[in-house]
Design a protein around this ligand. Structure first.
Ligand SMILES: [Zn+2]
Length: 141
């Protein structure tokens, strides 16, 4: 049983969407009710849009991470890395339950998928801190 939402199989960023062309993102094929853990320590805010359903934004000085289609609004305020912040769902414009995640790199304004972020940004020098299954998935040691 995966411990983190990002350890679930990835469907590609359009398969679970009723609408395509949403920009770089990763879809994690999570059953409804999967605990969503903080990918970083940061400040959590929440919102709702017709496309994203319930979403949370997790922000530190470097990144803003958006996680979408959650079951219910997450807890807001400062939260620590790896703590449960929300539960997955299928809200918004989707064809099935999943967690849709992407990251804004604040310095450049670039938007990247969760996969790209894990692989190219977070991982640098910190590989050993990621869960085993995540490292295995990413093909790193
Ligand atoms: Zn999605």
């Amino acid at each position: 049983m995966p411990r983190y939402f990002w350890e679930y199989p990835i469907t590609g960023d359009t398969k679970r969407h009723a609408t395509r062309g949403v920009g770089p993102a990763t879809d994690y094929d999570t059953p409804t009710g999967t605990p969503v853990h903080m990918p970083i320590s940061g400040k959590v805010t929440k919102g709702w849009l017709s496309d994203t359903g319930h979403y949370i934004d997790i922000e530190n000085s470097t990144y803003k991470i958006r996680l979408c289609h959650l079951r219910a609004p997450g807890k807001t305020g400062w939260r620590l890395w790896r703590t449960v912040v929300a539960y997955s769902g299928a809200t918004g414009n989707v064809t099935g339950p999943h967690v849709h995640g992407y990251v804004i790199v604040k310095k450049t304004g670039r938007r990247v998928s969760m996969t790209e972020w894990l692989r190219d940004y977070v991982n640098k020098g910190k590989v050993s801190k990621l869960p085993y299954n995540t490292r295995k998935f990413l093909g790193v040691k």
